[in-house]
Design a protein around this ligand. Sequence first.
Ligand code: HEM
Length: 397
Amino acid sequence: MIEDFDVASDWHVASPYAFLARLRHERPVFASEHLGAYVLTRHADVRAAYGDPRRFSSKGSLTISRSLTRETRDKLGEHGSFLSSFVANVDPPDHTRLRRSVSRAFTPRAVSAMEETFRRLNEDLLDRIGPQGRADFVTEIGHEPSIKLTARFIGVPEEDEAFVQAHVKDWFQLFLSPQPPERQLELADSFLTYLAYVDRLVAARAERPRDDFTSLMTSLIGTELTHREVVELISTILLGGNDTVPNQLGNTVLRLLREKAWPVEPALLQNAAEECMRIDGASLGSFRYATTDVMLHGVTIPAGSLVLLSTDSAAHDETVFPEPERFVIDRPNADAHMVFGYGIHFCVGAALGRLQLRTALEVLGRRLPGLRLAPGQEIAYRRSIVGRGLPSLLVEW
Ligand code: HEM
């Protein structure tokens, strides 16, 4: 029997569900020694905690840079606490102000205007790759259109896309997953180079605005936003767009192929995407800090404790989703998952993420109706505390 979470194990991402079900039934407030956090696993509790930012604070919840060495911190200087003013990492009133600014770029009209561009990026990719008859879905198909779309949205020139992509990956590693000391220094160098790049981009747009996210945010410096907040927003949105959507798409395609549900008929696409997000979410949950002692199900979570809101468990809660381990393409309440979070920090890119998933599935299903898993491969997920994504998925058509 599994006693605690284990981020270094394969099951943590691939198949935690029997363990999570036990926690929901027997230990709905679980003190995980391994995570150094209390874990909430029931749908109702996770939702209530997301909805109560006074008692469950986001301040500092994203920064896992606690594992940085002194040398790395010295190198980073004032940037050692990078992300400290990122919108997902702060509470009201700062959050209210930042969120208002970011939301200006994600109006329904702005999001739906991206559909055509994204469709074209997918069609172009398939024009190139179609004749191959086989590919690694993750590295050759899943990422490129989302990365290009995000880069255009932000205003990164096409010739800089590869540079940005490489550096974003580095800083993600530096701040969000523990690294050995030598590697930390390398990653810190890469991160500083990237920050200097974003600084230059902001300066360029301040001088000559264009029709992009960077220009819009830069125009708010001095009134609504600080320079640093703009740099953090741009960097993190690049990350959000570059990684989470492709991860979710990879998980989704794997599920649909395994369930023999490929291609999905257009009328079912939207619900199929929701059911795939529910059953194989790209996000496993969010961290919060308890601001006061919180008493729940007979357990006291002491003030100052780190708390994991396990949306992965909530999405498999049998009191909300009957037979949660079964894939039901037309499940009526599939979208009651919380893979985009809930409450004031609800993912600002959710509509854009959903649009990309639907569009990619529609184009892929039409262009590659015979898509299948390549035989003989071992399917494993990347190790992560709060993300679910495949490093590779070999497919044929
Ligand atoms: C399937 C893809 C995605 C997933 C699973 C996802 C997941 C999440 C989750 C769980 C949160 C809440 C974090 C918290 O409460 O602590 C969040 C917030 C956020 N996401 Fe996403 N996201 C996705 C796509 C995107 C995209 C495409 C963008 C931007 C282009 C984006 C930008 C953001 C931002 C800026 C926040 C912070 C919102 C706030 O704190 O008010 N995300 N996302």
